[in-house]
Design a protein around this ligand. Sequence first.
Ligand SMILES: NC(=O)C1=CN([C@@H]2O[C@H](COP(=O)(O)OP(=O)(O)OC[C@H]3O[C@@H](n4cnc5c(N)ncnc54)[C@H](OP(=O)(O)O)[C@@H]3O)[C@@H](O)[C@H]2O)C=CC1
Ligand SMILES: O=C(O)[C@@H]1CCC=N1
Length: 267
Amino acid sequence: MKIAIIGVGNLGYSIALGIVGQSDIDVESLYLSKRNTSTLSLFEHIPNVTITSDNLEAVKNSNVIILAVQPGQFDNVVESIKPVLDPKQHCIVSAVTGRNIEHIENLIGKEYPIIRSMPNTAISVSQSMTCLSANKLGQENINCGKQIFNSLGKTLYIEEDLMQAATVICASGIAFWMRLIRATSQGAVQLGFDAAEAQELAMQTALGAASLLVKSETSHPEQEIDKVTTPMGCTISGLNEMEHQGMSSALIRGLVKSYEKINEIKN
Ligand SMILES: NC(=O)C1=CN([C@@H]2O[C@H](COP(=O)(O)OP(=O)(O)OC[C@H]3O[C@@H](n4cnc5c(N)ncnc54)[C@H](OP(=O)(O)O)[C@@H]3O)[C@@H](O)[C@H]2O)C=CC1
Ligand SMILES: O=C(O)[C@@H]1CCC=N1
């Protein structure tokens, strides 16, 4: 694959890190394009990686075009690369929030494979949960997206009308889980651990909890909770207090609030 990432900011940079750190993807070349390339020095001496501020050069020399600019920058960027787009050469993979497939087709035409993707920043460590949807040609070429995103975590193909919800759960979800881990660290410091120890305890326990579900056959959180909550013990006391304080409710309401906000972004 010859890949171009157009817009190498928070997300594009994470995708680039994932791609260069992953030997499972057969990448012949990787173009990283943004206006100010000084932030890309980490990639300077990596074989097959070209850093450029020329989007047209990146697109001409690639066949998978990953778009990772801000929604407000998207239309101008797509219009500017349109003259060098070729439906026989290019598969378009957009990671841009709130710009749906119909919108992209209206900009470039229906004759392109278009894959809409929603990765998260854990793609930099090959642990993204990436949701994908596609137009008809994109579905026929879905392997070009799956080859990349399956190597950098897991993928789920979804109907496009679930993409906003997927963004909240998976992409914003990184921030939500970080805050839960941070709050656990703060509690651990109050209970006597130093900051570094506290973070290690919080991180590894979060990883362990998720791994139990990923690896077990039963895969239901409440079954794992039952194993830990000794009758009249400390776990159930703490857990019930958290629920009295609205933990599940706060999380669900936060997810719904994010969803309401993302739906305010106009196509
Ligand atoms: N951050 C996240 O976790 C996630 C973000 N997203 C989506 O990904 C998209 C990008 O988000 P994020 O990475 O946070 O945003 P950033 O602002 O960090 O990145 C956007 C990048 O685009 C570059 N850019 C802007 N204009 C151009 C242009 N004309 N040509 C080439 N590059 C350009 C900017 O660099 P420069 O100014 O140097 O050109 C910048 O590095 C958004 O649509 C967001 O909704 C999706 C999932 C997760
Ligand atoms: O917060 C946002 O709007 C974007 C979409 C998902 C992650 N960042």
